[in-house]
Design a protein around this ligand. Structure first.
Ligand SMILES: [Zn+2]
Length: 407
């Protein structure tokens, strides 16, 4: 990257929640940030020094992590014809579109998605990849794992997505897991009131242990009386599975209350599960009715956070049958979660959901600002953290800014 080895960036704000050692970094308190001149030594952020505050400090934060998207489905909306309906209608519409999934088509659309994610400030992306009916790796898996190998400046994780009942069948799960491990992928499943959930979980945990894989679940994506989440917790606790495990959606948790909710939250902590809220797709597909919905398709963000469950926010579907709008931008997803989940300022702790907590939930080392390499950091001219979440200013690469200001 040819980043300057040593530099000083005048008058910046660093969110305190994105520092590993807040007390040792220097700077002065400015709300939920520290303020000062950022010292870069040997290409790494080392300290905030006293400086002369200007009128508009700039915000420095880690690059973003997109923890949950679907690069094989994205950007198909223009050819789908009329869509609209619930989750099952979206699944059916997208299944029909698979007839168009050639190598060229998949690669072209996925590259558009990755370009969007990188422009939004991401250096890590996990995409789910529909697996299909047989245990052999499908074309979309080869295309996306191929992209993962060749995409510079970005870590792309591919998570195989099967129905959990498939994993319950004979050696299906083991055969998929072997392919997934060969391509450094993640083992995933769709869980929505399936009959063979328990058997599927047993097979997945066994395979994940055997091949050293992370697990990822689409779980309880519905405003109905689902509780696959607790069954997943029980299975992981009883197997003493080490993780990492990310559970996406968990929409039906919104209908759990009191002791019932407290019990599930406690199990999530003990099972060391991170929960990924996916507001765009859930708000678009849940509570479908003839008129305007009056319920929110959203998991219990605030209760999870208060209970100590790492909360992650992702973009999920983009311009496809599940979500005709949206974009690959976790900060935009966090903006939507802020409005729909009433995530109040100070916003620093919620920024963890698209940075450090998101990265750790994928089994990767989180990047905190203190000690981070300059090319793992981003800079924004937004006036404060709420403005940052609102997307009031784009994220620039810190290395680009340093090139212009190096002394
Ligand atoms: Zn998804």
């Amino acid at each position: 990257m040819n980043a300057p080895v040593d530099a000083v960036l005048h008058d910046v704000l660093v969110p305190r929640a994105l520092l590993r050692d807040e007390a040792g970094f220097g700077g002065t308190f400015a709300g939920d940030c520290l303020r000062g001149d950022l010292l870069i030594l040997e290409g790494r952020a080392r300290a905030l020094q006293p400086g002369t505050p200007g009128e508009t400090p700039r915000i420095v934060l880690p690059a973003l992590t997109e923890a949950h998207c679907h690069l094989d489905k994205c950007h198909t909306i223009a050819r789908l014809g009329p869509v609209g309906g619930d989750l099952m209608a979206a699944i059916a519409a997208q299944r029909e579109d698979k007839a168009n999934w050639s190598e060229e088509d998949l690669s072209r659309r996925a590259r558009i998605g990755l370009t969007e994610a990188q422009a939004a400030g991401c250096t890590v992306v996990r995409t789910h990849v529909d697996w299909g009916d047989t245990a052999e790796a499908p074309l979309n898996w080869s295309v996306l794992t191929g992209l993962a190998r060749e995409t510079a400046g970005l870590t792309l994780q591919c998570a195989a997505l099967n129905g959990i009942d498939q994993h319950a069948e004979d050696d299906f799960c083991d055969r998929v897991a072997r392919c997934v491990a060969r391509d450094s992928g993640v083992l995933g499943a769709f869980v929505l009131g399936h009959e063979r959930l328990q058997d599927g979980l047993t097979a997945m945990i066994r395979a994940a242990d055997k091949y050293g894989l992370a697990l990822d679940f689409h779980v309880d994506e519905g405003l109905r009386d689902y509780n696959g989440l607790e069954t997943i917790c029980d299975a992981l606790i009883s197997a003493q599975f080490e993780g990492p495990v990310l559970c996406g959606h968990a929409v039906s948790l919104i209908d759990r209350h009191g002791d019932d909710l407290a019990r599930i939250l406690d199990k999530l902590v003990r099972a060391r599960i991170s929960v990924c809220a996916l507001p765009t797709t859930n708000l678009y597909l849940q509570d479908r009715r003839d008129g305007t919905p009056d319920r929110r398709g959203l998991t219990r963000l605030r209760e999870l956070e208060n209970a100590g469950v790492p909360v992650v926010v992702g973009s999920d579907n983009v311009a496809d049958a599940f979500c005709p709008v949206g974009r690959h931008d976790p900060m935009a997803a966090l903006h939507l979660a802020t409005l729909t989940g009433h995530l109040d300022p100070p916003m620093g702790r919620w920024l963890r959901s698209v940075t450090v907590d998101a990265t750790a939930s994928l089994g990767l080392d989180p990047v905190f600002v203190d000690g981070a390499a300059a090319d793992a950091l981003r800079l924004s001219t937004a006036p404060d953290l709420a403005g940052l979440v609102a997307g009031r200013a784009p994220l620039f690469k810190l290395t680009d800014v340093l090139r212009e200001t190096v002394q």
